[in-house]
Design a protein around this ligand. Sequence first.
Ligand SMILES: Nc1ncnc2c1ncn2[C@@H]1O[C@H](COP(=O)(O)OP(=O)(O)OP(=O)(O)O)[C@@H](O)[C@H]1O
Ligand SMILES: O=C(O)c1ccc[n+]([C@@H]2O[C@H](COP(=O)([O-])O)[C@@H](O)[C@H]2O)c1
Length: 190
Amino acid sequence: MKVGLFFGSFNPIHIGHMIIAQTMIDSGHIDELWFVISPQNPFKKNKNLLHEFDRLDMVDAAITGHTQFRTSDVEFNLPKPSYTAHTLAVLCEKHPDKAFSLIIGGDNLASFHKWKNHETILAHHNLLVYPRPNTKTPQIALTDRIHFVNAPLLDISATFIRTKIKNGHSIKYLVPTEVELFIDRKKFYQ
Ligand SMILES: Nc1ncnc2c1ncn2[C@@H]1O[C@H](COP(=O)(O)OP(=O)(O)OP(=O)(O)O)[C@@H](O)[C@H]1O
Ligand SMILES: O=C(O)c1ccc[n+]([C@@H]2O[C@H](COP(=O)([O-])O)[C@@H](O)[C@H]2O)c1
């Protein structure tokens, strides 16, 4: 079973994430995609960061009924900051029957040489890379472990969505309906 891992804060998950996820399934490189909710990205200190369980609940709501999407809370119980190489080692030990790929944007590929143990990651895992605006040239060799997947560029971010809510504007069509209802009910980001 080939599993693509899509890491993020998902504060909240939005259609930019959903469209990348579906495109990765459609590319044929993976059988399943797991959204891995990062408890706290050390580079994104944010007072609006919801509790990890609320973000997990929103991703669960977003993927309801989609048999090829799953969520993972594996990083909730790992030492912080959670380095991807470590998370991958834990997942491989827990799921020896799965082959894990990483789903990353071109911007992250450009700085991938700075990730902890990136050589070890590339020795064992494929990278599925989707386009991002203003991407710099990668510093690592483009081996056959790295696959570029064509996907639409959507200029939507979780920050944009949180700002809309704060300003009293609708987030309809920017997040899955289940997520919109969830945020509304819990009065998040107001
Ligand atoms: N519209 C988008 N298209 C493609 N990739 C995206 C998009 N929005 C976010 N991503 C990427 O998805 C991953 C997870 O995103 P994350 O949850 O951090 O969301 P974000 O929308 O960038 O959040 P924030 O605005 O709070 O920084 C990150 O690597 C991010 O760069
Ligand atoms: O392991 C690392 O050294 C490392 C360095 C930077 C980013 N990452 C992973 O990449 C994910 C996306 O990063 P970002 O900055 O685009 O939100 C983040 O949630 C981490 O899982 C991992």
